[in-house]
Design a protein around this ligand. Structure first.
Ligand code: ZN
Length: 153
């Protein structure tokens, strides 16, 4: 799909996020929490990593190869959840998922990523937009499990 059918302003913003992605850098193999996700319908691949300090998402970054939408979404998501608590980040994933399903969502809390709502007009590309968010969601859950194993936090 070309993005020509997206509203012009949205398209420009998405393109610029994809071209100059924020928090985009290679994994060094020493990330505290790291996950790789793949979207077979488009071929997008994303590595997402972050640390949790004082219950806040810190040092979030991603790497990978994907379409404009997947990269822009990962870029915006990383901006948004950086510095948020785990609970806040989980809530944002929920709101974003609702928005992408076309359900009523607290889009104001989503900030910039709300422009990705335009992608819902292209069902085949929704997975591109949600890939990074699924990665974040899974990683937050993994972090929970480890906390239980630690037993002392
Ligand atoms: Zn894609």
């Amino acid at each position: 799909m070309s993005l020509h059918n997206l509203d012009n302003l949205y398209r420009q913003t998405i393109m610029s996020y994809a071209q100059y992605p924020h928090h985009f850098r290679q994994m060094l193999g020493q990330e505290t929490y790291h996950i790789q996700k793949y979207n077979p319908t488009c071929g997008d691949i994303i590595d997402l990593a972050f640390d949790i300090v004082d219950d806040k998402v810190t040092d979030i970054h991603f790497y990978g190869d994907g379409c404009v939408i997947s990269k822009a979404s990962a870029s915006m998501m990383s901006d948004l959840v950086s510095g948020k608590t785990r609970a806040q980040a989980t809530l944002l994933v929920t709101e974003f998922s609702k928005m992408m399903r076309g359900e009523a969502a607290d889009v104001k809390s989503l900030g910039e990523p709300q422009i990705l709502a335009g992608v819902t007009k292209f069902p085949a590309r929704i997975k591109c937009a949600t890939l990074a968010w699924h990665a974040l969601d899974e990683l937050l859950v993994i972090k929970d499990d480890r906390r239980c194993d630690d037993g002392n936090r």
